[in-house]
Design a protein around this ligand. Structure first.
Ligand code: ADP
Ligand code: MG
Length: 268
């Protein structure tokens, strides 16, 4: 007989994220209606569902942007339901943010440096100003090295001093992901990482995601492109009307009658 306590512990170790009976209302609208699911460590997990299913709200709940009306969020077995976004970043949970118009007025490198919060960011910033380089301390040097490493990984290094406004849609997506990686995360939440990305760049971006996953990163992805989800995710969670309709490996999800019905006539 196996020991159920040890099994539970093993399960907790494998589980990067667990949400339990999450609920979020906006006035009379129940955006998330008792959703529960798990994201296993070192997977690319897809979160799909028709428009209005509650995917973005779930992302906002997980990342601490919204407070749930009910339910819990566990990160590596620990209850993080009450934590604020920056506290979650400290614990290794990060989401990509779209490069807003204001940030498009800055260079790629400057956008990267925004990933650092508070003083460290400011001093790193100063360290880039010509003449102030001698004041760079060792730790900052390392962060700067990592910045260049990531820019190289995503083939953005030659664009470092380019205004972010001049990047293509795909390059912006790469920059968003690069910036998220700088915070040294364990779990990355990506909202439509392939939107506006051309096929060549999409292939590269996907290859990078798999590479990062095999290095130990975990991804939860909202993506409208079904082929991307079915060909790249180990697990798929399907939401519909604020609830989890189905979850499992892509082969199973594709055959699930309830999933097919939910999408019938709807927009995938
Ligand atoms: P999805 O990302 O799956 O398309 P959302 O989470 O954006 O779905 O939305 C779920 C439901 O909640 C929708 O009916 C939407 O109109 C509603 N909703 C989302 N955010 C808000 C908000 N800030 N205020 C009011 N209603 C919202
Ligand atoms: Mg959405």
């Amino acid at each position: 007989m196996s020991d159920p306590t040890i099994e539970d512990e093993e399960r907790t170790k494998q589980t990067m994220l667990r949400i339990s009976n999450l609920e979020k209302r906006f006035g009379g609208i129940v955006a998330v209606d008792g959703a529960s699911f798990e994201v296993e460590r070192e997977t690319i997990t897809g979160l799909i569902g028709p428009n209005g299913a509650g995917k973005s709200t779930v992302f906002n709940l997980i990342t601490g942007v919204y407070e749930p009306d009910a339910g819990q969020i566990y990160l590596e077995g620990e209850d993080v339901t009450e934590l604020r976004p920056h506290q979650l970043v400290d614990r290794g949970l990060v989401r990509t943010f779209q490069i807003s118009r204001e940030l498009a007025g800055m260079t790629v490198l400057e956008n990267m440096l925004l990933a650092f919060d508070g003083q460290l960011g400011e001093s790193l910033w100063r360290s880039l100003v010509p003449g102030a380089r001698r004041s760079v301390v060792h730790q900052e040097r390392e962060l700067l090295d990592r910045t260049w490493e990531i820019l190289e990984l995503f083939e953005l290094d030659h664009l470092a001093h380019e205004d972010a406004a001049n990047l293509s849609g795909g390059q912006r997506k790469l920059l968003e992901l690069s910036r998220a990686l700088l915070t040294d995360p364990e779990l990355l939440l990506l909202d439509e990482p392939m939107a506006g990305v051309n096929p060549t760049l999409e292939k590269k971006l996907l290859a990078r995601l798999h590479e990062l996953r095999s290095q130990g990163y975990t991804f939860l992805i909202v993506e409208h492109d079904m082929d991307v989800i079915m060909n790249n995710c180990e697990r798929v969670i399907v939401m519909h009307q604020g609830q989890v309709l189905s979850h499992g490996p892509p082969e199973v999800i594709q055959e699930d009658e309830r999933v097919i019905d939910a999408y019938l006539g709807g927009q995938i």
